[in-house]
Design a protein around this ligand. Sequence first.
Ligand code: PLP
Length: 455
Amino acid sequence: LPDTKGLQRLDAAHYLHPFTDHAALAEKGARVMVRGDGIWLWDSDGHKVLDAMSGLWCVNVGYGRRSITEAVARQMDTLPFYNSFFNTTTIPAVQLAAKLAKIAPAGFNHVFFTGSGSEANDTNVRMVRRFWDLAGQPERTVIISRHNAYHGSTMAGASLGGMTGMHVQGGLPIPGIVHIGQPSYADHGTGMTFEEFGVYAASWLEERIKELGPDKVAAFIGEPIQGAGGVIIPPPTYWPEIRRICDKYDVLLIADEVITGFGRLGKWFAADVYGMRPDLITFAKGVTSGYVPLGGVLVGDRVADALVRGGDFNHGFTYSGHPVACAAALENIRILEEERLLDQVAHDTGPYLKQRFASLAAHPLVGSAESFGFVAGLSLVRRKAAHVHHQLRFDPGLGVGMLCRAHMFEQGVIMRAVGDRMIIAPPLIMTREQIDEMIQKIRYCLDLTLTDLTA
Ligand code: PLP
């Protein structure tokens, strides 16, 4: 076994982790992950862990796929790098672009590659502004996003994001980005049915467009299901109403599908699940199952036609269309198809997870437990009630979610805490038996958390 203590010392001395309180980390020491296979990880002390988060919502086909390793190795041997600036291209980048055009929603025939989801959202900002410039409406520059959204960590990504904790560090948002409320029924839907609330939450977009002046607004961006904000599943009425409003004021719609793309909701893209008809789709993560970094923007015909006719778009990254990443993506997509993982999530394991996850709502600590495909979230509450608006929440200072997460970690399940919402996004390969095992472990950890709180 590796020398865990030695690695933890080096880690604390030299490695600044993303989104981490380093004082707390140094006290405990980082958990060193050394190996993965299927839905399982092993740490440096030999403990086996069920990864209910697919890494960071990305390892859709599970760990240890030798065929991806081989595809990557073959491409590295043949041509480890070449760029697609200045009239050159590579075989995997062309093949992946064509493949993505096939699996994307109707009307999407072009892709702009980036190295990550954050870079892809930066690309969106520049692309929609370029589009309106070419359309002779250069004053359309404002992009409307939502509170508590997560769109990445670059200056534009974090600005599009609606997390105030990110905004206060670094003087964000950058100019030209504004936020409206998120469609969270639990927070804002008192006195309404779920469906009524969807239309109401969408009306905030129309209000803001009118306030700003429609001739100033370039685009609206949203995650089909808010992920890092706590797996907030919107009412089915929300996205069609958002689309109607975007059409009315000719505002472009960007679906950030970094989490929801590549099968997580049982289709290639959530845009097809929700009837969003977006103009642009952000993707990353599941495109390679995280084996190699890759992201991009699927560009709908309206925007693509303008860009293609418009001459230079002065934007791009060294690693745009990286041939090794594209080779990994092609093999990853082949696996998703060959193993019919989307159908499985849509018609078999997804509905099974829904039913099993919903059963957790019977636990005394759980107010509600919802899922869609292979994302799910539950709310920990101080007092249960039949209706979500009559439940009592915990004082956020108590850190009940983190307490629960710590139990999960100890018991060998990775589940994420967003305040008092506990969330999962398992690898799409998870079987019914593994779902049972996961639910059993989650229930046990909820018991442990309840015992702590009543002690
Ligand atoms: N958009 C969404 C919806 C995400 O969930 C994430 C990452 O979690 C990003 C963008 C940023 O992607 P990346 O971390 O690859 O830059």
